[in-house]
Structures are given as C-alpha cells and as structure tokens.
Design a binder for this molecule. Structure first.
Ligand SMILES: NC(=O)c1ccc[n+]([C@@H]2O[C@H](COP(=O)([O-])OP(=O)(O)OC[C@H]3O[C@@H](n4cnc5c(N)ncnc54)[C@H](OP(=O)(O)O)[C@@H]3O)[C@@H](O)[C@H]2O)c1
Length: 282
C-alpha cells in the first residue's frame, strides 16, 4: 500500500524526476491518435513478458498457448485498454478467433465493455474518435470462424491477406459482409503494403494486439513506431513458449530507444512490474 493506503500510482523512473503518477490515464496522455499523418499512420504494439522473455506458454489441458496467470494482472490490462482507446484500428490475427472458438482467448477485443473501462470509452468520444476501433484481421489461411465475429459486427472488419490466399474462402468472408484486402504476394501479408492500404483507408493510429507472427511482419517492414512492453518481474522457465518475435533475423537489428519507464510495485503479487515504452530509432 502507498502512503495513502491506495494502489493508484506507479513510480516514474524515466524520464527524471522520479515521481508518483496515477496509473489511470498514464497512457491515455500519450495521444497516439494525434501522432499519425495521412500518408503515415502511427503504428504501435504492446506485450507483457516475463523476465525470461515468455509472452505465452504451453499449458496442460489447453490446445493453444496462453499468457500465464503468473504475469497477467488488471493493472497491465488497464494500460492495454488505454492504448486501444487511442486506436483507429486494431490489428489482430486469425489465431485470436480460432482461440475464441475453443474458449481459450484471453478476453474480448478492446475497448472492453466492462464498467471499469467506461471512462476510456467516453474519452474516445470526447477526442472525436469512433466509439470503438475498427478491426483488421491478418490471415494467410483465411481460417476465421465467422461466429466469433458476431459481437464485433458494429465495427468495420477488414481481413488482410495475400494475393494467393484461397479465393473461395475470401468470397465467403465477403458474402458475410467482411472486407478483404490483398496486401502481399503469395499467401503472406507484407507489413509495409498492409500499412499503406490501411493509411489509404483513412486510418491514422494502428494498434497491433496480435502475437509474435504479426509483430514480426510489422518489424520486418520497419513499420513499428512504438513498443509498449511490460516486464512482469517473474521468471517462468518451461520448455515451450512464445517470445515477442520469430522468423528471419532482423538485419540490421532494429534499435529502439527508451521513451519512458515506470515501476509498479503492486502487481504481480510479490514481484511487481516495469512499464516500459520504446520508440523506433528509424
Ligand atoms: N503476452 C502478450 O502480451 C501477448 C500478446 C499477444 C499474443 N500473445 C500470445 O502469443 C501466443 C502466440 O501468438 P501467435 O504465434 O499465434 O501470433 P499471432 O501473430 O497472433 O498469430 C499468428 C497468425 O497470424 C497470421 N499471420 C501473422 N503474420 C502473417 C502474415 N505476414 N501473413 C499472413 N498471416 C499472418 C497467421 O494466421 P493464419 O494462420 O490464419 O494464416 C498466423 O497463424 C498466443 O497464444 C497469444 O495468446 C501474448
């Protein structure tokens, strides 16, 4: 507990000076929706990782990897929602909807409809944003269970895929009222082309909330402006896990500069966490 007997602050470590800052509103203040321009949308992503670099692990009784309970917590989740509050569009992957089909998705897509996020939903309206961010779904397989999209029908749903993706599956998605954008040769999406297409559609702030496959696609295209990374001060070990990126090495390696760093001593219990923000050196 803090001196006031409450857990409503985190301690800013960078930039100086050290100061206790309210957790609620911490990332809303970044006004990311104002950073993008017509031909250059602002692209950002967010992960929570253990100290040993795990963002998801294999868990008994589950068919897909999960973000373990040892690192998830409501304080980090609040910031994840605040970042979504500033987005014109979310980038998700086919994986999320397949996880939803088997009841293994972490939560519904943000901004959450829970009462504790009502202020974020109102804030969007005050800022002149739509009530909810639209949704892009990156998929090469086009294996997207349609029933899992039902609750997002109020938003524009754009499937982004490659030129060679299955025409029949694409037509089924079109018949169901989704949009299909081809951005890349073969079945894979090219990150640069995707961002260009989304910019041409009018999106200025793009929040990638998918996993390492999508993040690697964006990194390969050098399209990421900002990475929000929460380090839960916990070591998980284990044999099978995901980390932030995968695939071909990034050559040259992508430098990212620390933009801000906060220490939160209140979660996860007995560990605490660091809320870091990095900006692309590009
Ligand atoms: N700790 C955290 O902060 C955090 C954040 C996000 C995710 N996670 C976890 O990380 C785990 C692993 O996620 P994931 O590996 O499934 O990553 P992902 O990036 O969410 O999904 C990978 C899928 O995205 C599609 N995809 C990605 N790049 C593509 C491209 N260039 N072209 C076409 N399709 C592309 C493919 O879908 P198709 O197979 O449909 O072609 C691919 O199977 C999940 O269990 C998730 O819960 C953790």
């Amino acid at each position: 507990m803090s001196a006031h007997g409450r857990h409503d602050t985190v301690n800013r470590l960078y930039p100086a000076p050290h100061e206790d800052i309210q957790l609620e509103g911490l990332y809303l203040d970044h006004l990311l929706h104002k950073r993008g321009q017509a031909d250059q949308p602002y692209v950002y992503s967010n992960f929570i990782t253990s100290l040993d670099g795990r963002i998801a692990v294999e868990e008994q009784g589950r068919t897909t990897h999960t973000v373990p309970a040892a690192i998830t917590n409501s304080r980090d989740w609040r910031l994840y929602q605040e970042l979504a509050g500033q987005a014109d569009i979310l980038i998700t992957s086919g994986r999320f909807y397949r996880q939803s089909r088997v009841g293994e998705a972490q939560d519904i897509l943000p901004v959450g409809d829970q009462p504790e996020f009502a202020d974020i939903r109102s804030w969007r309206i005050e800022q002149g944003l739509q009530a909810q961010p639209d949704i892009a779904i990156i998929s090469g397989s086009l294996d997207i269970p349609l029933n899992t999209l039902q609750r997002y029908r109020g938003r524009r749903l754009i499937v982004v895929t490659g030129e060679a993706a299955d025409d029949g599956k694409a037509q089924t998605l079109l018949d169901q009222g989704l949009e299909v954008v081809r951005a890349g040769a073969g079945r894979r999406v090219d990150g640069r082309l995707m961002v260009e297409r989304l910019a041409a559609t009018g999106y200025r702030s793009i929040y990638a909330i998918a996993g390492p496959g999508v993040f690697s696609t964006l990194l390969k295209a050098r399209a990421v402006d900002r990475l929000y990374l929460t380090f839960a001060c916990t070591l998980l070990g284990g044999h099978v896990f995901d980390t932030l990126t995968r695939g071909e090495p990034l050559v040259p390696a992508l430098g990212m500069r620390l933009g801000s760093l906060y220490h939160d001593m209140h979660a996860p219990a007995g560990a605490g966490q660091l809320f870091a923000m990095f900006e692309s050196g590009n």
